[in-house]
Structure formats: C-alpha cells, structure tokens
Write a protein that binds this ligand. Structure first.
Ligand SMILES: [Zn+2]
Ligand SMILES: [Zn+2]
Length: 237
C-alpha cells in the first residue's frame, strides 16, 4: 500500500524531491517555504557594497564605503546573512549540501539581471587548497560555474589562495584586512586572458575584505570593471 502511494506521488509529481534545508517535499533543492523565509535585500542598500540598511539609516552609502578605498566597482547581494540566510549558507559550506549551490546561483543570477550587470567572465573567490581538500569543494566555485553557464560567459578560475587564512568571522575589521592581505595571486596559466570586466563570486559578504583583496589583484592585471555578487551579506555595521 505504501509503495503504491509512493508510486502515485511520483507519477503525479515526477520532480518531487526533499528540501535540503527542512526536509519537506519540494520541486527544487530548497522548498518555497524556506525560500520565502529568507530576508531579501529589496529595500534600501548601500550603492557601493550592497549591504542592507536598517530603516532608520538616512544615507545611500554605508560608513565603510564612505572611506572610498574599495577596489571593486559595485557589489550586490541577495539576502541577509541571518536566520534562514545563515542556515542555507551553512548547509552548503559545513554540511556539504552541494545542491544548495543551484538555488543560490539562480537567486544571484536573477539579481544580476535585475541590476543589468553584464561582464566578460565570472571569477570565483578561491579557498586554500588544504581547506578545499578537507571540505571536498570550493562553494564559491560551485556557485560561480552555474552563474557563468546561466549568463553564457566563461568561468575564469584565475585566482589562487596562497596564504592559509583564519576564518574571517572570528576577526575584527582591521584583522580581517590584515588576514587576507597578500593572501591571493593570479594563476600564471591565465595571464594571457584579456577581459575588461569580471564578476567576482563568493558566498557571503561581511566586511568585504576578501573580495576587495581579490579585486585589488585583478585590477593589477588590468581588469577595468569588477562587480561582486554574493548570496548573503551582513548589515551596515
Ligand atoms: Zn524547506
Ligand atoms: Zn557599503
């Protein structure tokens, strides 16, 4: 009887799978209820880094971006890194639910379309090889290759992480900057590529030190425009 019921459900809903986050029946990797509980960045955000503003914040640029020392041109993000936003990122990074990268890539691709961002290539933020070996994958690369395919532009996996850095969330702002300084370099293999604009892809934007350091070395390579997309971002503090 149970088998008949299961077959009937499969017949009626052939694509029915389990949500990676809550385990309920879903038609995509993350169910619509989990997606609906994300805090999307649809209101006012910093025009430079894309962080969401709290309601009482009366400006267009966050205090951090007012310093004007960022190497990238503009950064965008889809939802806040809190509650379900945090859960979904943790599922991907720490529980190896690689399927979540499809959901994140779709949200990020839609954001880029809404913002009319067009680039020559998509560049993932690298993790150190030792960490990649332990985790089994680089989450930014998983997302970046899907965004590249959806946008029909080449994936340019051109940066390598030469320094094993501490987890950024454990550090204050100054130490985050020091932590990633000179932590990356361009892979020699790719030095002949000629792109004018690239999209840098990472999972989370907190102080932006990581994507900023990657942007700095990409600009040294002669890349003129650098846009950044992350799935989630902290608030403007
Ligand atoms: Zn769910
Ligand atoms: Zn900002």
């Amino acid at each position: 009887m149970r088998n008949i019921k299961k077959s009937l459900i499969q017949l009626l809903y052939p694509k029915c799978i389990r949500c990676c986050v809550c385990g309920r029946a879903a038609i995509e990797e993350v169910c619509s209820a989990c997606l609906a509980s994300l805090e999307y960045l649809e209101g006012r955000v910093c025009l430079k880094c894309g962080k969401g503003f709290d309601d009482d914040y009366d400006d267009h640029t966050c205090p951090d971006c007012k310093l004007g020392d960022k190497h990238f041109d503009m950064a965008f993000s889809c939802f806040r890194y809190k509650a379900m936003g945090k859960t979904i990122i943790h599922k991907l990074k720490y529980e190896s639910c690689k399927e979540v990268s499809h959901t994140l890539a779709r949200l990020m691709h839609q954001k880029l379309k809404d913002e009319n961002i067009v680039v020559d290539a998509v560049v993932p933020v690298p993790i150190h090889s030792r960490k990649e070996e332990a985790r089994g994958f680089n989450q930014a690369l998983l997302i970046a290759e899907k965004i590249a395919a959806m946008s029909d532009v080449p994936l340019w996996d051109c940066i390598t992480r030469t320094k094993e850095t501490q987890e950024q969330f454990k550090l204050d702002k100054i130490h985050r900057i020091l932590n990633v300084h000179n932590a990356f370099c361009i892979k020699m293999l790719y030095n002949d590529e000629e792109y004018n604009s690239v999209l840098l892809v990472d999972d989370v934007y907190t102080t932006g030190s990581t994507v900023d350091e990657c942007s700095r070395i990409l600009k040294q390579q002669g890349i003129e425009k650098i846009f950044v997309i992350t799935a989630a971002t902290g608030s403007n503090t």
